[in-house]
Design a protein around this ligand. Structure first.
Ligand SMILES: Cc1cc2nc3c(=O)[nH]c(=O)nc-3n(C[C@H](O)[C@H](O)[C@H](O)COP(=O)(O)OP(=O)(O)OC[C@H]3O[C@@H](n4cnc5c(N)ncnc54)[C@H](O)[C@@H]3O)c2cc1C
Length: 443
C-alpha cells in the first residue's frame, strides 16, 4: 500500500498522526501542493509566502532525514494528486484536517470528493492531545522533489517586512525554549505593554499557524516547565497564560469559520496615517514585524470597525495580510469579537499599552520633538501643530466624538457577544431599537 500524505498547515514530522499512521503501514509519498489560487488569495501576502518557504525548506530536510524528502508541486490540488496517483500506485490519501480559510476548506472538500470518486481511501487524522508521537521512519519512493513557484510568479506584491519572525520549526522550538527558560519570567499578559508583550510573550503564533509545532508538543513541554517551576511565583503568569491561550486556540479551531468577503482596507487607517499616534504606531509595527500583541490588534480592529466604520472584511483582510501568523480560524473570530465587543478610547488604551511612549517613539520618529506628556494626543498641545506641520497628519477624527457616535449606533443594535475576557471594560447593555443607522456587522 502506498499512502500519499498531503501536507498543508501541519508542516512537521514530529507528532503528526497522518504521517505516523501512513508510515506504519507502508511507503509514503509526502506532498505539499502550492495552489496559486490560495497563495495569491485576498488574505495572502508575500510575507506569508516567505515564512512558508522557510518552513517548507526545513520540513523537506526533516522528511529527508526520516527517509523520504518532501515532494513539492504547484497547481490545482486535484490535478496534481491525480497525476501522482496515475504515476505511482497510490491507494490512499492520509491528511490533517483543514484549518485554513474558506477557499482552502472548499478545496479540501473538492479533493475529498475526487479521492473517493477515484477509488482512493481518504483518511483524515487530527492532532492527538496526549503524548506527542515520535518521528516515523519512511521507506523511500522515487519521485522528483520539485520546487516552489516564486512569490513574483504567483503575483504577490512586494511586501517588505524587515523584522519578521523567521520560518521553520527550529525557530519555533527556539522561541518556545527561550520563553520557558527566560523570556516569560514576570510576564503578565493581562497588563503587558506593547513592548513587554513583544519581548516577554510566547511569540509562537506563526509557528502554530503553519503547524510547525503541535499543540501536544507545546503542552508536554509546558507541563515539564510547570513541574520545574512549581513554587516560583514570577513564572506563574506566563505558564498559566500559555496554557489558557492554547485552550483558546483549540476553541477557535473547533468553532465554525466565519469569514466575510470583501477587499482589504486602504487609506489612513491601513497606512498608519490617522494622526492617532497609538493606532498609527501599531499598524506600522505590524507592517515592519508581522506581529503585534493581542490588545493592540484588538484596538486596531476596533478603531477600524467602530471609529472609522470600515467594514469587517476590509479590516480583517488588511490585518490578515500583515500578520505573519495569520490563522483564519483565530483571526476572523477575533475580528467578529472586535465588531461586537467594547468600543475603546484609542488614546486612553494607547497610554496603557505604552505608558512611557517608547513604542510610539520607536515607530513614529515624526513625533521626536513632542514631549512625553503630549505624545498620545499631540493635537491637544498648542505647539504641536507647528512642530508637526508637513510631517505628521492631524487626527482624521476626534476619538472621543467618534467613540460616542459608534456607541450611539451600537445602542440601536442588539449586542451579540458579551463574554470576551480579552476585551476590557464595561459591557454593552442588551437592548434593541431597530430604527436609525446601523453599523454593518454582516459576516
Ligand atoms: C484582531 C485580531 C486578530 C488576530 N489574528 C490572529 C491570527 O491571525 N493568528 C493568531 O495566531 N492569533 C491571532 N490573534 C490572537 C493573538 O493576538 C495572537 O495569537 C497573539 O498576539 C500571538 O502572540 P503570542 O504567540 O505571543 O501569543 P500568546 O498570547 O502567548 O498565546 C500562545 C498561542 O495561543 C494562541 N492564541 C493566543 N491568543 C489567542 C486567541 N485570542 N484565540 C485563539 N488562540 C490564541 C496562538 O496560537 C498563540 O501563539 C488575533 C487577535 C486579534 C485581536
Amino acid at each position: 500500500m502506498l499512502s500519499l500524505v498531503w501536507f498543508r498547515r501541519d508542516l512537521r514530522v514530529q507528532d503528526h498522526p497522518a504521517l505516523s499512521r501512513a508510515a506504519s503501514e507502508g511507503p509514503v509519498l509526502p506532498v505539499y501542493i502550492a495552489d496559486p489560487a490560495l497563495l495569491a488569495g485576498p488574505d495572502s501576502s508575500a510575507r506569508h509566502f516567505a515564512f512558508l518557504e522557510e518552513s517548507l525548506r526545513e520540513l523537506r530536510e526533516d522528511l529527508a532525514a526520516a527517509g523520504q524528502p518532501l515532494i513539492l508541486r504547484a497547481g490545482d490540488p486535484v490535478e496534481v494528486l491525480a497525476r501522482l496517483k496515475a504515476k505511482h500506485r497510490v491507494t490512499r490519501i492520509v491528511t490533517h484536517p483543514e484549518t485554513g480559510n474558506r477557499a482552502a476548506r472548499d478545496r479540501f472538500t473538492a479533493v475529498a470528493d475526487w479521492a473517493r470518486e477515484a477509488g482512493l481511501e481518504w483518511l483524515v487524522l487530527a492532532e492527538g492531545q496526549g503524548v506527542p508521537l515520535p518521528v516515523p521512519m519512511l521507506e523511500p519512493v522515487t519521485e522528483g522533489t520539485g520546487v516552489l513557484p516564486s512569490a513574483r510568479s504567483l503575483g504577490l506584491p512586494e511586501d517588505p517586512c524587515p523584522n519578521r519572525q523567521r520560518g521553520g520549526r527550529s525557530a519555533g522550538l527556539a522561541m518556545l525554549a527561550s520563553y520557558l527558560a527566560t523570556r516569560g519570567q514576570g510576564h503578565a499578559p493581562g497588563s503587558a505593554t506593547a513592548l513587554s508583550a513583544e519581548r516577554m510573550g510566547a511569540r509562537l503564533s506563526p509557528y502554530m499557524a503553519l503547524g510547525l509545532i503541535s499543540m501536544a508538543e507545546i503542552r508536554a513541554t509546558l507541563a515539564e516547565a510547570r513541574a520545574e517551576r512549581r513554587g516560583q511565583p514570577e513564572w506563574a503568569g506566563a505558564l498559566r497564560a500559555l496554557a489558557s491561550q492554547l485552550n483558546a486556540r483549540a476553541g477557535a479551531h473547533a468553532a465554525p469559520l466565519i469569514q466575510p468577503e470583501g477587499t482589504a482596507a486602504t487609506g489612513p487607517w491601513a497606512e498608519g496615517a490617522t494622526g492617532l499616534p497609538y493606532v498609527d504606531a501599531a499598524i506600522r509595527a505590524l507592517k515592519a514585524t508581522g506581529w503585534l500583541d493581542h490588545r493592540s490588534r484588538a484596538l486596531l480592529a476596533a478603531v477600524g470597525l467602530h471609529h472609522l466604520r470600515l467594514d469587517p472584511a476590509s479590516v480583517g483582510l488588511h490585518l490578515a495580510r500583515l500578520s505573519t501568523d495569520y490563522d483564519p480560524a483565530i483571526h476572523w473570530r477575533e475580528i467578529q469579537r472586535a465588531a461586537q465587543g467594547r468600543i475603546p478610547d484609542p488614546v486612553a488604551l494607547g497610554r496603557k499599552l505604552d505608558p512611557d511612549g517608547s513604542f510610539l517613539r520607536r515607530w513614529l520618529p515624526e513625533l521626536a520633538r513632542i514631549p512625553d506628556a503630549h505624545l498620545h494626543a499631540p493635537w491637544l498641545w498648542p505647539r504641536a501643530r507647528r512642530l508637526l506641520a508637513g510631517r505628521y497628519p492631524e487626527p482624521v477624527l476626534d476619538p472621543t466624538q467618534a467613540a460616542r457616535e459608534a456607541r450611539a449606533i451600537r445602542a440601536r443594535m442588539a449586542p451579540v457577544h458579551e463574554d470576551d475576557p480579552l476585551i476590557e471594560g464595561p459591557r454593552i447593555p442588551r437592548r434593541r431599537r431597530p430604527d436609525g443607522p446601523q453599523l454593518s456587522l454582516d459576516f
